[in-house]
Design a protein around this ligand. Structure first.
Ligand SMILES: Cc1ncc(C[n+]2csc(CCOP(=O)(O)OP(=O)(O)O)c2C)c(N)n1
Ligand SMILES: [Mg+2]
Length: 583
């Protein structure tokens, strides 16, 4: 049955009684989402979906309006990552849809389950290219950028359309799905009972995928043969929410582990087996590497080259739900295909009580390197000087998270990202949300909003000044919903640095620099939040601690030495270099 609150308004006259038994496209979409436990929508209103948002709110859903669809889309995507339910982004046709599409493509690349629902214009006019209001063949545009794309033309198909979208987003490797809802659909009416019967509650949308016993044995045989084993945890492992099993596997095996960025905290970064501080060494010197929900893409130098030591020195075991992931870059000697929870549990079951610890010389070598690197870094994190550099500012924020391990850290930028990833230890799973596989700028405020909404925990967003600019207007959204978000802008006057000069000597500034000494905190004040300007690590600590304690929307403008950063942070070597010296 349709939810009482979502039915058309009660009517009293006999003539209208027939009305009471009707439902329409608007209500069917809302009922279909609610039936599947989806209660939050992130979007931007406008023709033809304004009323859908209103009616969803009236039906008890949380409908959060943003200032730009890309940020609503990013919010939906990270909601999907955090909850294992598809996050919903709702947009208008053509331009709104396109604004949401970047987030949809990014979600698909990062394997976050989300559904972009966009209203669309009259099919008959769009297909004849007769120039309709916001005309665009959205379904065709979306298809190559997501896992699946569907259009619903008839009210009676809304239930199946929503069900297919949910199943496509969640099953196997999760990702983005596009659902096209033409304007005409919303006003289509049908019998309310038939409508209710047409809805589909999706049963077991991400079924367990059990690995083959032979594949489990093969993986354990390879692991057993290792002299210098390493486990790499990816964000797939974080998404899986198999935290206890993963921790048990790591601890039972005694193998050093390396967390990828968004897998930090799956086991605490301070865990004795964490090899984060000896990253270069373990990648180079390990002989057997077990990847758990981590892909051998550019972030791991494709599993080859100098990073990985002598060619042919490595054997890879890979756990992934997607069989096509295997051998994507280098040969995988022991592919273990299945969902991460099932695979890790299967490995654990077969590792009997006397599983051998890795050779002591390997563990000692890793620990030695780790301690040396930690000791080298320590004094840089404790400097209390003005202007701050990245290390001293991040040293302060590191303590904030140490004292609040359940807070969520959102992070984007270049230096601000790469250095924060190394310096700020994480202690709990799924607490670090960042630029992901694409290194995309602009996720900041969207992720921060959804992190606060979905978890109710305080959020600390550590943002390069350039990165912040991509989604900065959403501070109004943060204030409007009064979310416990503290944004820290690392203000070094530009992209990577604020010191570049225009090589032509002309009056335009260099391409990478911004207005000097900008006061970003005033943006937050404009909407009733708290703005603070800080120049030392002590001031930064005080301001952020206060914000995190009181939960008021806060923006801390943290002045960073404009000369402190390096080109592209840690990935400068990816910039193409030409032998030609011409300017
Ligand atoms: C959507 C998008 N556009 C552009 C880039 C290129 N890019 C990488 S990092 C960055 C900004 C770095 O500056 P900032 O955020 O201030 O960090 P800093 O190094 O100064 O701390 C840009 C524009 C990108 N990654 N994503
Ligand atoms: Mg900057």
């Amino acid at each position: 049955m349709a939810d009482a609150a979502t039915k058309p308004k009660p009517v009293t006259t006999t003539a209208d009684e027939a009305q009471q038994e009707l439902t329409d496209g608007f209500h069917l979409v809302i009922d279909a989402l609610k039936l599947n436990g989806i209660n939050t929508i992130y979007g931007v209103p406008g023709i033809p979906i304004t009323d859908l948002g209103r009616k969803a709110q009236a039906a008890g859903m949380r409908v959060l309006s943003f200032r730009h669809e890309q940020h609503a889309g990013n919010a939906a995507a990270i909601a999907g990552f955090l909850t294992k339910k598809p996050g919903i982004c709702l947009t208008v046709s053509a331009p709104g849809f396109l604004n949401g599409l970047t987030a949809l493509a990014n979600a698909t690349t990062n394997c976050f389950p989300m559904i972009l629902i966009s209203g669309s214009s009259e099919r008959e006019i769009v297909d004849l290219q007769q120039g309709d209001y916001e005309e665009m063949d959205q379904l065709a545009m979306a298809r190559p950028l997501c896992k699946a794309a569907f259009r619903v033309l008839h009210a009676a198909d809304v239930g199946v359309g929503v069900a297919r979208a949910i199943r496509a987003a969640l099953s196997g490797r999760p990702g983005g799905v596009y659902l096209d809802l033409p304007a005409k659909l919303f006003s289509q009416v049908m019998d309310a009972d038939a409508g209710a019967r047409s809805l589909v509650k999706v049963i077991d949308p991400s079924p367990a995928q059990i690995p083959a016993p032979a594949a489990v044995k093969r993986a354990l045989d390879v692991l057993d043969s290792a002299k210098r084993p390493l486990i790499i945890l990816g964000k797939g492992a974080a998404y899986a929410q198999a935290d206890d099993a993963i921790r048990a596997l790591v601890e039972k095996s005694g193998i050093p582990f390396l967390p990828m960025s968004m897998a930090k905290g799956l086991l605490p970064d301070t865990h004795s087996q964490c090899a984060g501080a000896a990253r270069s060494m373990v990648l180079k010197d390990s002989d057997v590497v077990m990847l758990i929900g981590a892909r051998l893409n550019w972030l791991l130098s494709h599993g080859k080259g100098k990073t990985w030591g002598e060619p042919g020195s490595k054997q890879f075991i890979q756990i992934d739900i997607e069989p096509k992931e295997m051998d994507s870059n280098v040969a995988i000697v022991a592919p273990l295909v299945g969902d991460i929870g099932s695979c890790v549990s299967a490995l654990l079951e077969r590792m009997d009580g006397k599983w051998p610890r890795p050779p002591a010389d390997w563990i000692d070598a890793v620990n030695e390197r780790k301690q040396a690197n930690i000791a080298k870094m320590a004094p840089r994190l404790m400097k209390n000087s003005a202007p701050m550099d990245f290390h001293s500012a991040l040293g302060a924020l590191r303590n904030v998270i140490k004292q609040r391990p359940d807070a969520i850290l959102v992070n984007e930028g270049a230096n601000t990202l790469d250095l924060a990833r190394g310096i700020i230890d994480m202690y709990q799973p799924r607490k670090r949300l960042d630029v992901g596989t694409w290194g995309i700028m602009g996720i900041g405020m969207g992720f921060a909003v959804a992190a606060a909404v979905e978890t109710g925990k305080p959020v600390l967003a550590v943002e390069g000044d350039s990165a912040f600019g991509f989604s900065g207007m959403e501070v109004e959204t943060i204030c409007r919903y009064d979310l416990p978000v503290c944004v820290v802008v690392f203000n070094n006057n530009g992209i990577y640095r604020g010191t570049d000069v225009n090589p032509s000597g002309g009056s335009d500034v260099a391409t990478t620099v911004f207005v000097k000494d900008a006061r970003y905190e005033k943006l937050m004040e404009a909407f009733g939040g708290v703005g603070v300007h800080v120049t030392t690590p002590d001031e930064l600590s005080r301001a952020v601690n206060e914000a995190m304690d009181c939960g008021k929307p806060t923006l801390v403008n943290a002045v960073i030495d404009p000369a402190a950063g390096s080109e592209s942070g840690n990935i400068g070597k990816l910039n193409p270099q030409s032998a030609v010296r011409k300017k």
